[in-house]
Ligand binder design. Structure first.
Ligand SMILES: [Zn+2]
Length: 150
């Protein structure tokens, strides 16, 4: 949704300052400044959806897919390193921070019946990436389904 909204807005902007921006970083900054006033409500909406999202009756992969869609939208509003080319490691730090956020958000929303594997994951050092965490929980789900069939 945000992508089409951005693309529309970009095409309207092409005749103006964006044409003269020579790096993606500058383009991003131009866009961000242009839309700064209107970002608030959208960010609020996405974050509210995130806070309210729970696995409940869904399969783990459906829940994870919904989470990923919200994270993807929210990523447009993330801070970026200001060094421009990012060889300072700033973007990696930001990436790491959000990766951890995603793991914790995912674990908060899964059903309480997964509390045991959740505890095991939280004790892992370093915390695995969110794809890995998802596959661990999905694996647990598969084992349970197999157990029910027998
Ligand atoms: Zn940097």
């Amino acid at each position: 949704m945000v992508i089409s909204w951005l693309m529309n807005s970009v095409s309207k902007l092409i005749a103006s300052s964006i044409m003269y921006a020579d790096t993606t970083h500058k383009i991003w900054t131009t866009l961000k400044n242009h839309f700064q006033e209107s970002n608030g409500p959208r960010i609020f909406q996405i974050r509210r959806d995130l806070v309210n999202l729970r696995q409940s009756q869904e399969a783990v992969n459906i829940y994870f897919t919904k989470l990923q869609a919200l994270w993807e939208e929210l990523a447009y509003f993330r801070p970026h390193c200001r060094c421009g080319k990012c060889d300072c490691g700033g973007n990696n730090e930001i990436e790491k921070h959000y990766e951890e956020e995603h793991v914790l958000t995912f674990l908060m929303g899964i059903n309480e019946s997964y509390s045991q594997i959740r505890s095991q994951i939280l004790l892992m050092e370093p915390l695995p990436q969110v794809d890995k965490v998802f596959s661990l929980v999905a694996q647990e789900e598969r084992q349970r389904n197999v157990g029910q069939l027998q």
